[in-house]
Design a protein around this ligand. Structure first.
Ligand code: KIV
Ligand code: ZN
Length: 386
């Protein structure tokens, strides 16, 4: 089936690195950027060059070494920021400047003490200015999630005329429902002149736990780029998780989309990012959590041992995990126990299993997980008492 390509824009090193405690040094950023390039992301947002000399240098260094992905640098809508981004990107093979401004009523009134008309002028001027340096200019309408659609459409038309190649529609505060966000993208596709000549991009935050669902709603309604981070790290409750949107599009090929991500590297990237940033991944995190392919209740274990896809929609190998795991707890059944004994070399009969299972329950009720060492001890107990 022929499917349409969705561009993956990774912002782990920019929106992700903004998180308190996640700051990286240049070498760490280079190591992650190289792995992201190998993973197959289309765009790496490497940083916000005007924000500090260290970030400027990191963007410059990443620009020099990355061979495949476009390298993007963030700016506000002013000439100083854009000059700095252009300089930091000077060695990039495929540079992109990402400039923008807040467009919601609250941003216009309280952040800028400005008017809708003046904001449109600043947006278009910033894009036109960035265009003097690079061909590829992405515009973000900050807080687009809470911006009136008719006004947002006017902003989009102005920046398209000024030369924007990509327009980012951020749900900066993670407020939208998937239907709101999807309808916003649909509205822009239907009402903005020239919209079919540019790429619409989803940039969703996770304050209500809907970043991934909102990004997918955006794609279904006409967006063709997703901005996301490894493990979903980012401001407050985080950004859209890269591994989630990529695997959703892969598992639901019927939606008609694909990405160029090498999914077998997802687990590795998750662990690298977590270790480098010192941000643990919650065990039940979709796709990359340590429990994502672990089964511990008797009914599920029995089903998975008979046939993996009874309780698994993803082959763990597809995301770089060797195999699903059968975890032994007091909720496990005989079939899981026999399976784990077999893995350590004991092919037990049905009668042996009945007795072993009684010993097992005695141990399992005293601890959270029965380990391989416990299994050897249980087998010892059994052989000595036979
Ligand atoms: O969430 C947001 O609005 C952003 C923009 C700066 C792109 O991160
Ligand atoms: Zn953001």
């Amino acid at each position: 089936m022929k499917t349409e390509k969705i561009e993956i824009f990774d912002t782990t090193l920019r929106d992700g690195e903004q998180v308190p405690g996640c700051k990286l040094d240049k070498q760490q950023k280079l190591a992650i950027a190289q792995q992201l390039d190998e993973l197959g992301v289309d765009v790496i947002e490497a940083g916000f060059p005007i924000s500090s000399p260290g970030d400027f240098e990191a963007v410059q260094a990443i620009s020099k070494i990355v061979k495949n992905a476009k390298i993007c640098a963030l700016t506000r809508a002013n000439t100083k920021d854009i000059d700095s981004a252009a300089k930091a990107l000077e060695y990039a093979q495929k540079p992109r400047i990402h400039t923008g401004i807040g467009t919601s009523d609250s941003h216009i009134k309280y952040k800028f003490n400005s008017t809708q008309e003046a904001i449109i002028d600043r947006a278009a001027e910033a894009v036109a200015y960035a265009k003097k340096y690079v061909q590829d200019v992405e515009f973000y309408a900050e807080d687009a999630g809470r911006t009136d659609n008719a006004y947002l459409a006017k902003v989009c038309e102005a920046v398209i005329q000024a030369g924007a190649t990509v327009i980012n529609i951020p749900d900066t505060t993670g407020y939208c429902l998937p239907t709101n966000y999807g309808n916003k993208i649909k509205y822009l596709k239907e009402h903005v002149k020239g919209i079919d000549n540019i790429v619409l991009s989803c940039h969703c935050h996770n304050d209500l736990g809907m970043a991934t669902a909102n990004s997918i709603a955006g794609i279904i309604n006409g967006a063709r780029q997703i901005e996301c981070t490894i493990n979903g790290i980012g401001e407050r409750a985080g950004n859209t998780a890269l591994e989630e949107v990529v695997m959703i599009l892969k598992q639901h090929e019927d939606l008609g989309f694909h990405t160029d991500i090498n999914t077998t590297m997802l687990n590795h990237l998750s662990q690298l990012t977590s270790a480098t940033m010192g941000m643990i991944v919650q065990p039940n995190k979709a796709i990359v959590g340590s429990n994502a392919f672990a089964h511990s209740s008797g009914i599920h274990q029995d089903g998975v041992i008979k046939r993996r896809d009874t309780y698994e929609i993803i082959d763990p190998k597809d995301v770089g995990v060797d195999a699903s795991s059968i975890i032994l707890t007091a909720r496990s059944g005989r079939s899981a126990l026999a399976y784990r004994f077999k893995n350590i070399g004991y092919d037990v009969t049905k009668n042996e299993l009945d007795t072993l299972y009684d010993y097992f329950l005695g141990v399992a009720d005293t601890k959270k997980e029965v380990t391989e060492v416990d299994l050897y001890a249980i087998m010892n107990m059994y052989t000595q008492n036979r």
